[in-house]
Design a protein around this ligand. Sequence first.
Ligand code: C2E
Ligand code: MG
Ligand code: MG
Ligand code: MG
Length: 289
Amino acid sequence: VKESYFGRVAEYEPGLRDALVEERALLDGIEVALDEDQIEPFFQPKCNIRTGKIVGAEALARWRHPERGIVPPAEFVPLLERNGFIRALDVRVWERTAAWIAQLVAQGIEPVPVSVNVSRADVDGMDVCATLTGIVERYGIDRSLMEVEITESAYADRRDSIIEASDELMAEGFVVLMDDFGSGYSSLNMLRDINVNVLKIDMRFLDRTDRRSRDIMESVVHMARWLGLPVIAEGVETDEQVRFLLDVGCVFAQGFRFYRPMDAASFAALLAEGDNVERVTLSERFDAE
Ligand code: C2E
Ligand code: MG
Ligand code: MG
Ligand code: MG
């Protein structure tokens, strides 16, 4: 059946056949990558933009490919989300992140909280909360050191399983951030029904820094404050955007303007310097204005 399907597809749609072959190759490649430990987290610091100090980080998956070098997630995450392989990859990234934090602690370097990404597809056939709880326990790290990012669009699917997992994680004491907040069409409605600890404001809010954009961003920050939610801006690249954020009262940011994502050894070295780190609690993140 498969043969004839491919045969027929090939007959009418050679481009589609190539895509399927490429997809198959990528899936085989990912299996090898997991077997041979080529998937690793890079870390991008989150900063207090008033002081420039590091307050946390996000773990971002990278594939260290023997021939292609460092492959970014855009090239494999969407495909893996479509076919369920993302679970194995995410668990690997969470584990390596936890292992790295534990190693840091063992070396006497004080860590900062690191967030990991949870895909909407992770909840199909996996208990995300139990898995993350198991990981922090196995590596003996405090769960305040591992935070969880779930995208607004994953919540927007309105699938009970994502919301349940998110609620369970918060009940277990994990900090949950809504990633890419404001990127969808029902961002405000979402906040009526879904509880999270932090809003991570999507980088498209920084596309422009004119008056109207400023007013909108300021409204988002104030609304979050009314709701008791700390905010962090993502994708901050320029000094102009930094000034814009300070103007509207957003104090925390992640972006190339501060640091690019870096490998585990580089980030450990950065934290070991010590004086570039600031430890803030969740409520301090909120009160920072
Ligand atoms: P995200 O979770 O919203 O992560 C932020 C992305 O923005 C990262 O891209 C980061 O490198 C990029 N970024 C940070 N600062 C800047 C900036 O100043 N300018 C610009 N233009 N970009 C900036 P990255 O690492 O390529 O990841 C892309 C997306 O892939 C992530 O978006 C996330 O949705 C997904 N992803 C990454 N790692 C994982 C993972 O371990 N598991 C899952 N399920 N998804 C992941
Ligand atoms: Mg994220
Ligand atoms: Mg994001
Ligand atoms: Mg994003």
